[in-house]
Design a protein around this ligand. Structure first.
Ligand code: SF4
Length: 63
């Protein structure tokens, strides 16, 4: 199964992903995004967030 992850070393806290898919991404107290809930948005929305991230911090990993 694949899992959506945010690379905190890359994330600059632009909040772009949160604006696109607030049901999936959330900014934590460190000012960086993380995945709040997996599979809570349709595939197209998640792909849009992945593409919109300015530093390509969001990706899928195989578990
Ligand atoms: S769009 Fe990218 S850089 Fe911006 S908060 Fe989301 S993961 Fe971080």
């Amino acid at each position: 199964m694949r899992k959506l992850v945010v690379d905190k070393n890359k994330c600059i806290g632009s909040q772009t992903c949160v604006a696109i898919a607030p049901e999936v991404f959330e900014i934590e107290s460190d000012g960086k995004s993380h995945v709040k809930y997996q599979n809570c948005a349709d595939e197209a929305t998640i792909e849009e967030a992945i593409k919109a991230c300015p530093v390509e911090a969001i990706s899928w990993v195989e578990e």
